[in-house]
Design a binder for this molecule. Sequence first.
Ligand code: E4P
Length: 217
Amino acid sequence: MQLFIDSADVAELRAAAASGLIDGVTTNPSLIAKSGRKMKEAIAEICAIIPGPVSAEAVATDVEGMLAEGRYLARIAPNVVVKLPLTENGLRACRTLSDEGIRVNVTLCFSAVQALLAAKAGAYFISPFIGRLDDKGVDGMELIREIRCIYDNYEYQTNILSASIRSVDHVRLAALAGSDCATLPPKIFAALYKHELTDSGVEAFLKDWASTGQSIL
Ligand code: E4P
């Protein structure tokens, strides 16, 4: 499964990229606002740090506006993926941009039939929001399982990018459900390494090693 970082903070992204484990980045208008950066500069810098897909979201709500913003964003760097909302206009713009060879990440997906429409519109990624469904008392992970089943039934090539991830367990369950990618807040990515038995195991090995008085080099 590909791991993306959900952030527009360049320092956070550099730190995560140093792991060698990060395949891409997702941003959204809220994350750009939080970064305090000009969008074009931030996206260009992020694209230079991480060579994989970097999602940059259009904010127009009409088709012509989405197309103009999408084409503009796609020119920032070859690895930009244009993010569009799962609205009727968003999917119309998705069809046109996809036909032009611009990759589109259809975001704010909350149902399997929405994901079906996005695949039919040629989306490169579909972003189902797990955490926001959980917040409403609905099992967000069931949506990932349903989309996986539908895409496999009809051999749609759209990649499932599990989003709105709130926990390490979300990552585990998304991987088990066959999600192609997951986008994680940096603190969830950092938590993936952690297990108390790893920490105590390292501590015990080092203690025993010290008692030998040896050094390897
Ligand atoms: C992904 O593309 C979204 O930007 C993100 O995962 C939304 O997460 P949130 O629901 O925690 O804001």
